[in-house]
Each structure stands twice: as C-alpha cells, then as structure tokens.
Write a protein that binds this ligand. Sequence first.
Ligand code: FES
Length: 280
Amino acid sequence: MAEGFDRRRFIKACAGIGAAGAAAAAGIGMLRPLTDMDVEIIPIDYPGIHVLRGSPAPYGLPLIPLEITGDGEMRGVPDAFEDQLQWYRYCGHERTPGAQPDWGDDDLLRYHVTAEQRAGLDSWYAPAIDEVIQWEDMPENTPEAIFRDYPGVGAPFRWRSEGQPPEETLTGILLRAPVDELEFTEGILPDREEELLEWMPEHPDDPDSRLMACLSICTHFCCVARFHEDRLAEQSGWGDKIFCTCHLSRYEPFLIDQYHRTIFRYPDEVPEETPEPQPA
Ligand code: FES
C-alpha cells in the first residue's frame, strides 16, 4: 500500500462515471444515469507489463497469473494473491461480474476479438475464435510476415466473461515469451521475482519460453491494446510492443514492473433512477 495514504477515503461521485470507460471501449454512449453516491478510494499495488515513457497511458497492464490444466488448457488464476481481482477493476470494470470473487464460471482463456474485428480477421488464431486456448496452440513467433522478426507471439483472449456484454468483458493478451527477453524492473524485489515466475508457466515443449498473460484494457482511456496485430505499430517503429492505436500507448511486453494506483469501490446498491429535481 502507498505510504501515507489513508486506506478508507470516500468521495462523492456520479454512478455514470463507472460505466463511462467500459461503454466508451465498447463504442457506445454512457448508459447509467448520473446519481450522487459515496465512492471508496482504495490504493492498490500490482505487477504489470511496463508502460513506456512518453505513452499517454499512466500505468502498466496488470498481470494475470496462469496455469496449464491437466487438459492442456490455459487458465487464469484469480486468487494467486489476496484480492488480486482488484487489479482489474478500472475503466468501468469496478462491478464487472468476472472481477468479483463469486464469479460462477470457469477461469479458462478463450480466443477473443470484438465483433468488428471478426470481419476479415486473418491472424493465425482466427479459426479458433471463442475456443479455449491450449498451450500447444502458441507458435514460437508470430507467423504474419510483418511481425515475424520480432520476439514472441501473442493471442487475444477473454477471461471470466462468458455470457457477458462487451462492456463487462475482461480482455487480455496471452504471450509466449522468450526467456532471454523476460526482465523485471528494480521495482520488483528478488523474492517477488520468484513468485511472479510461478505465474508464468514454462512452455512444456520449450524450456526457453514461458507463457504469461496481462489484461489488455489500456490504462489511458480504456481501448483494447494488441500485440503484433496493427500495421500502424510496425510503421511507427513499435512493432515489437504491445500497442494501443487509440492514442499510441506502448507497453514493453516482456518487462515486468510494479505499479501503484487507486481504484474505486462503489456501494453495492446504486439507484438506477435519476432523482427528481429539487425545488431551489
Ligand atoms: S492510448 Fe489512449 S486508450 Fe490507449
């Protein structure tokens, strides 16, 4: 926890704020009416994919600890750390069902792109959209020619979001990381490094690769960042980065950093009706 920060602080806010980020990412307007309420401000620490200096995004992309199931499926581990699910409660996902401990479905990663991206999608994983990701699916490097010379490969997925609308979907990127590219900043203490490596299972066929995952919701204005997908990234000299086309944020895919930020906790019950105007 950040030093000198009073853990329990409240502000007056509008219910609409919480919905704004997710709604914007989904390409729709703000859906909830504005309603005054008390919102708790909570400081959190989390390990994330390093955001590059000069990017508009202020924070890294939070890691999702992984394991490989007995059936070879990639599964996120939502309770690898106490209250880990808080890391994913930003950009309007404070109340997203998949970010709550009582999510009732599985924790498997499924290939995912938006409805708009499906049309004409020709990436290596295109035939498997909506299927559970198996470790053996991941090639060593991205097959598409313009990204072939950059290290590693990524697959976009959704997690803890089956049956949810776009604005309540947690999206991420599964990476196959060459071990010699994987680094930790000085913000990660050595014993923490050991713990984080446990969240990145070794590739069963290749001890020189690890599988790792992060949320892909850009910490700037909540667009979905991608890896080895956008021609603009390559043309801009950032073809080897996780890249957000909305305002050009770049994340170093295999560099893990420690982040400190605040999230909001909304009351359990939020009135859905806009209050009647009061007489002056
Ligand atoms: S850079 Fe602005 S939303 Fe990603």
